[in-house]
Write a protein that binds this ligand. Structure first.
Ligand code: ADP
Ligand code: MG
Length: 877
C-alpha cells in the first residue's frame, strides 16, 4: 500500500517549506497533517482528527475554515511559527486528476504585512546578517512600509556593536549566514535574550554577484554607487539575501520596496542595551510597557507614521551639531505658534497610515476602503501646505512650499472609486458611476431588469388575481414566481413549474427566464469589470508609489516635529544651546517622566554644571529615597533629548554633544529583574571602561554594591579614578553612591566634586528635600534614619560607637576598618553562640552552609530556594 496521490502532493509541497507549518487547501478548509497537525491542534486548540493517507495508519489531521484562516495564522505566527499557505491553483470541478496546488506565501514574524500583529506606532523589521572575518553586513526591512536600511559593523568589538544595533532596531526575525550561525553564543543571545526568530540561511543566497544584481533590479539602478553601496560588500550580500528571502516567501513583486538607505552606525549615538533599558527610553524596566517611558512623554504624534518616526529618532540620537540644530529649528518654528498647532493636529488627523496603505497596494491586498483612505490622506496635503503658508514658517517654506500635492492620485481615485465603496471588492458598487461606460451600461441593464421584475410582480398579481403572489430570487434557482398552495388553482396556463415546496409552488415564464439571463449576465460581467478596473487603478497608483511614499515620509516628519513642539509647549520646555564643547549645563532641570507622573508642581528642579575643567565628575551621596537615581538619570535623559533635537525640561541648557551615554545600575539595586548578578554588573562596567571617551556621559548608580564592602569600595574607587583620568578617559560622570568613603576623592582629584541630596528631620518624620547641593551627605545620616524608624536606643548607640571607631585613628580607611571591625565582630559571635548552648549537629551544619553561601553569585530565586531548603532541614529536626 502506498501514499495516496494527494498525500504525495502534500509531502512534496512540504519539502519546500520544511521549517513552516503548511496550510494545505482542500475545498473550503486549510488542512494540516502529521507533525504540523499535532503542533497546530495544540497551539490553536482545535480538534485533532485523522485521514486515510494510503498507509496503515491514518494521518493525524486538523483544519481551519479558509474564511477564518487569518486569525489562526496570526496566532501561530505570534507563537513563533512560520506558516506556509498552499492554495488550489485550478477549479477542482474542472481539474483533471489531482488539483494543482502551490504555495502562494509564507508568513513569519518578520514578513507580516498587515493585521493585528503589526503595532501601528512601531516598525516590524526583518533583518539579515552576513558575517565574514571581522565585519558584519546588516540589512533590515519593514515589509509593511518598505523602509529598508543597511549598515556595516566592523572592528574589534563587532559582536558587542551588533547587539547594540539589534537592541536598537528590535527586529522580529533574522536571517543569518552560516559563518555567523556557527557562533552559537550569539545565536542563543538573539533567540533567548531578545526573543527573535533566527533562521540559518544558506550561503548561496549571500553570493555577491547575485545579490548585486538583485539589488540593482529591485531599486532600478545601474550600479551600486547609486545606492551608496559600492565597496560595501558585506552590506550588499546581507541586503541581497534579504530580498531573495522576500522573493521566496512572498512570491510577488513588491514595488513599495524602492528605496534603501545606507548609514554608518557612528552617525548616531550608540546606546547599549543596558543604557537603553535604564533610561527607559521606549519601555519601562518593570513592566516593559510604553507607559512610563520617555517615549510615552514625548509621543503626541497624531499619525501612526509619525509615531514610528519619533520612535526611530529616540532610538538614534544625532551627533552632528548642524543636524541637531536643523531639527531644533523646525521644532522651534512650530513651538512659536502654539495657537495654530490645533489646526495642524486637525490636518494630520485626516491622514491615514499612508506607508502601510502603500504596502497593501503593492502587496495586492488593498481593498476599496484603502483607496478612499488614500484619497482622504492626499486631500490633506494642500491643507498642510496652507498651514505652513499661514504661519509664515521660513524653515518649512523651503521644504513644503512647492511640494508635490499628488493631485493626479487624488483625481484618479476620486473619479474611479465610489465614495461609499464597501470593504470587499466582491460586494460590488466599487467603481464610481461615470468612470467607465461599459460598467454604467451593465449597471443600467441590471437595474432596468430589476425594475422590470418588480413591475412583473404587480402585473401578475393583477392578471392572476392572487394577492400573495411573489417574484423572488435566490442563488440556486434564480428568479421565480411563488404561489402558495391555497392559490394554486388560479395558476395561469403559461407558468412552467420549477420547484415544489411544502406549502408553495415555484414557477417561471419564458420572458422571466430571458430577463434573468440578461440580469445575471450583466452582473457577472459587471463584477468582472469592476475587478479589472480596480486592478487597473491599483496599477496606476503603483506606478506612482514612490511619490506617495515620499510625501508619507514628509508627513511623518512633520508629525514627529509637531509632537516635540506640542510636548515642549505643554511641559514648559526650552530650546537648549548645542555646542561641541565639554560643557553640560542645565539650569533647574526636571526629569520629564517623573514630573509627568507626580505632577509638575511636585517636582523639585535640579541643575547640573559640568564645565569640563572644575567639574567633570559628580559624586552624589544621600540617604535612600533621597532622589539620587532620579537626578543622575534626569541629566542623561536631558542630554539625550537635546540630541534628538527636542526641547528640554529645564529653564535653560547648554549641551555639549556627547558621543555616547552609558549607564549602569548596581546589581543589588537592580533586583527587580531577578537576573542581574554581580558578574553582569562587572561585565557592563567593563564595557564602559573600554568604550567611554572624553566626550561620553557616564551614569553610575550604586555600582560595586553587589560584593563585600571592601571589595565594592575598592572597585568603585578604581573605576572612578580611571574614568576621571583625562589621559585615559576623562568622561563626564555622575556617580550616585552610598560609599561615603569615596567622597575623599574630592580632595585628591581636581574636577571631582561631592554633592548630596538633603533631607530634613521634623517631629513628624523625615522630609525629603530633593534638592542637590555641594558637599557630601552627613555620614551618620543612616543612623538618624534608623533612630527615627524606632530602633532600640541600644542599637543606634552601638552603631554610633562603631562609626566613631571607624572614623578616628588610622590615616587610611582600610586600616581603621580592620582595627574596628575585628573585636566587635568576634564578640558578637561569641554572644550569639553563648545564648544558644544546646545547638545540635544538624543546626550547626545549617549555620555552616549559610556561612558558605556565595550570595553574590545567586539569583534571588536561588537564594529563596536555599533558604527554603535550610528552613526545612531545621523543621525536620
Ligand atoms: P535614591 O536613588 O536616592 O534612593 P530615587 O531617585 O529612587 O532615590 O527617588 C526616590 C523617589 O523620590 C522617586 O521615586 C521619586 O518619586 C521621588 N523624587 C526623586 N527626585 C525627585 C524630585 N527632584 N522631585 C520630586 N520627587 C522626586
Ligand atoms: Mg537609587
Amino acid at each position: 500500500m502506498g501514499l495516496t496521490p494527494m498525500m504525495q502532493q502534500y509531502l512534496e509541497t512540504h519539502e519546500k517549506v520544511k521549517d513552516a507549518i503548511l496550510f494545505f487547501r482542500l475545498g473550503d478548509f486549510y488542512e494540516m497533517f502529521f507533525d504540523d497537525a499535532l503542533k497546530a491542534s495544540k497551539e490553536l486548540e482545535i480538534a485533532l482528527t485523522g485521514r486515510d493517507c494510503g498507509l496503515d495508519e491514518r494521518a493525524p489531521m486538523c483544519g481551519v475554515p479558509y474564511h477564518a484562516a487569518e486569525s489562526y495564522i496570526t496566532k501561530l505566527v505570534e507563537k513563533g511559527y512560520k506558516v506556509a499557505i498552499c492554495e488550489q491553483m485550478e477549479d477542482p470541478s474542472v481539474a483533471k486528476g489531482i488539483v494543482k496546488r502551490e504555495i502562494i506565501r509564507v508568513i513569519s514574524p518578520g514578513t507580516i504585512a498587515e493585521g493585528k500583529l503589526l503595532e501601528s506606532k512601531k516598525n516590524n523589521y526583518l533583518m539579515s546578517l552576513y558575517q565574514e572575518k571581522n565585519t558584519i553586513g546588516l540589512a533590515y526591512l519593514d515589509i509593511s512600509t518598505g523602509d529598508f536600511f543597511v549598515t556595516e559593523i566592523s572592528g574589534k568589538n563587532t559582536l558587542a556593536l551588533l547587539m547594540d544595533e539589534v537592541g536598537k532596531i528590535g527586529p522580529s526575525e533574522i536571517l543569518v549566514n552560516p559563518t555567523l550561525f556557527k557562533d552559537t553564543g550569539t545565536i542563543k543571545t538573539l533567540e533567548e535574550k531578545f526573543g527573535i526568530m533566527t533562521n540559518l540561511y544558506p550561503a548561496r543566497y549571500f553570493e555577491f554577484k547575485a545579490s548585486e544584481s538583485r539589488l540593482k533590479e529591485q531599486f532600478d539602478v545601474y550600479s551600486l554607487t547609486a545606492l551608496d553601496l559600492e565597496r560595501r560588500e558585506h552590506s550588499v550580500r546581507a541586503a541581497g539575501a534579504l530580498l531573495r528571502y522576500i522573493d521566496e516567501t512572498q512570491k510577488r513583486v513588491l514595488t513599495h520596496i524602492n528605496h534603501v538607505s545606507y548609514y554608518k552606525n557612528d552617525e548616531y549615538m550608540i546606546l547599549d542595551l543596558s543604557t537603553r533599558r535604564n533610561l527607559e527610553l521606549t519601555e519601562t524596566i518593570r513592566s516593559g510597557e510604553k507607559k512610563g517611558s520617555l517615549l510615552w512623554v514625548l509621543d503626541k504624534t497624531v499619525t501612526a507614521m509619525g509615531g514610528r518616526m519619533l520612535r526611530r529618532w529616540l532610538e538614534a540620537p544625532l551627533l552632528e551639531k548642524k543636524a541637531i540644530e536643523a531639527r531644533q529649528d523646525m521644532v522651534e518654528e512650530l513651538y512659536r505658534h502654539p495657537g495654530a498647532l490645533k489646526d495642524l493636529k486637525g490636518v494630520l488627523g485626516k491622514v491615514y497610515d499612508l506607508e502601510r496603505i502603500c504596502g497593501k497596494i503593492s502587496f495586492g491586498t488593498c481593498n476599496p476602503k484603502d483607496m478612499l483612505s488614500l484619497k482622504q490622506s492626499v486631500s490633506a496635503l494642500p491643507l498642510l501646505q496652507a498651514f505652513f503658508a499661514g504661519i509664515d514658517a521660513p524653515v518649512f517654506r523651503k521644504r513644503y512650499g512647492e511640494a508635490d500635492l499628488l493631485t493626479d492620485i487624488y483625481e484618479l481615485i476620486d473619479a474611479s472609486i465610489d465614495d461609499n465603496a464597501p470593504f470587499a471588492l466582491k460586494d460590488g458598487k466599487v467603481i464610481k458611476r461615470g468612470y467607465n461606460e461599459e460598467i454604467d451600461g451593465y449597471r443600467e441593464a441590471s437595474e432596468k431588469g430589476k425594475d422590470w421584475i418588480r413591475d412583473l410582480e404587480l402585473k401578475e398579481r393583477e392578471r392572476t388575481g392572487i394577492k400573495s403572489l411573489k417574484v423572488k430570487y435566490n442563488r440556486v434557482f434564480g428568479y421565480f414566481i411563488e404561489i402558495t398552495k391555497t392559490n394554486l388553482d388560479q395558476t395561469p396556463e403559461d407558468y412552467i413549474r420549477k420547484q415544489t415546496l411544502a406549502n408553495a409552488e415555484r414557477f417561471f415564464t419564458p420572458e422571466l427566464k430571458e430577463m434573468e439571463t440578461r440580469i445575471l449576465g450583466s452582473e457577472e460581467r459587471l463584477a468582472q469589470l469592476e475587478y479589472e478596473l480596480f486592478q487597473d487603478v491599483r496599477e496606476k497608483i503603483i506606478a506612482q508609489i514612490a511619490r506617495i511614499q515620499k510625501r508619507a515620509r514628509d508627513v511623518a516628519e512633520i508629525d514627529a516635529l509637531y509632537s516635540l513642539a506640542q510636548v515642549a509647549i505643554a511641559g514648559n520646555y526650552v530650546k537648549p544651546e548645542i555646542t561641541n564643547g565639554p560643557e553640560l549645563e542645565i539650569e533647574n532641570g526636571r526629569h520629564p517622566v517623573v514630573e509627568e507622573i507626580i505632577g509638575i508642581n511636585h517636582f523639585v528642579t535640579n541643575g547640573c554644571h559640568f564645565d569640563g575643567k572644575d567639574l567633570r565628575m559628580m559624586l552624589i551621596t544621600g540617604p535612600n529615597m533621597a532622589g539620587k537615581s532620579t537626578y543622575i538619570r534626569q541629566v542623561a535623559v536631558i542630554a539625550l533629548m537635546a540630541q534628538i533635537g527636542s526641547f528640554i525640561p529645564a529653564d535653560s541648557g547648554r549641551i555639549g554633544i556627547v558621543d555616547r551615554i552609558f549607564t549602569r545600575v548596581g546589581a543589588s539595586d537592580d533586583l527587580a529583574t531577578g537576573q542581574s548578578t554581580f558578574m553582569v554588573e562587572m561585565t557592563e562596567v567593563s564595557n564602559i571602561l573600554k568604550n567611554a571617551t572624553q566626550d561620553s556621559l557616564v551614569i553610575l548608580d550604586e555600582i560595586g554594591r553587589g560584593t563585600s564592602t571592601f571589595d565594592g569600595i575598592s572597585i568603585a574607587w578604581a573605576v572612578v579614578e580611571y574614568l576621571w583620568d583625562e589621559q585615559i578617559i576623562g568622561a563626564k560622570t555622575l556617580f550616585a553612591t552610598h560609599y561615603h568613603e569615596l567622597t575623599e576623592l574630592e580632595h585628591l582629584k581636581p574636577g571631582i566634586k561631592n554633592f548630596s541630596i538633603g533631607v530634613r528631620e521634623t517631629p513628624e518624620g523625615v522630609v525629603f528635600l530633593r534638592k542637590i547641593k555641594p558637599g557630601s551627605a552627613d555620614q551618620s545620616y543612616g543612623i538618624e534614619v534608623a533612630r527615627l524608624a524606632g530602633f532600640p536606643p541600644a542599637v543606634t548607640n552601638r552603631a554610633r560607637e562603631i562609626l566613631n571607631i571607624l572614623d578616628q585613628g588610622e590615616d587610611t580607611y582600610r586600616e581603621g576598618m580592620i582595627a574596628a571591625e575585628k573585636p566587635s565582630f568576634e564578640s558578637a559571635q561569641i554572644n550569639f553562640f553563648d545564648r544558644i548552648p544546646a545547638m545540635s549537629e544538624e543546626e550547626k551544619a545549617v549555620l555552616n552552609s549559610i556561612k558558605d553561601l556565595s550570595i553574590n553569585e545567586m539569583t534571588p530565586m536561588e537564594a529563596m530556594n536555599q533558604l527554603y531548603g535550610l528552613q526545612s532541614k531545621l523543621k525536620d529536626n
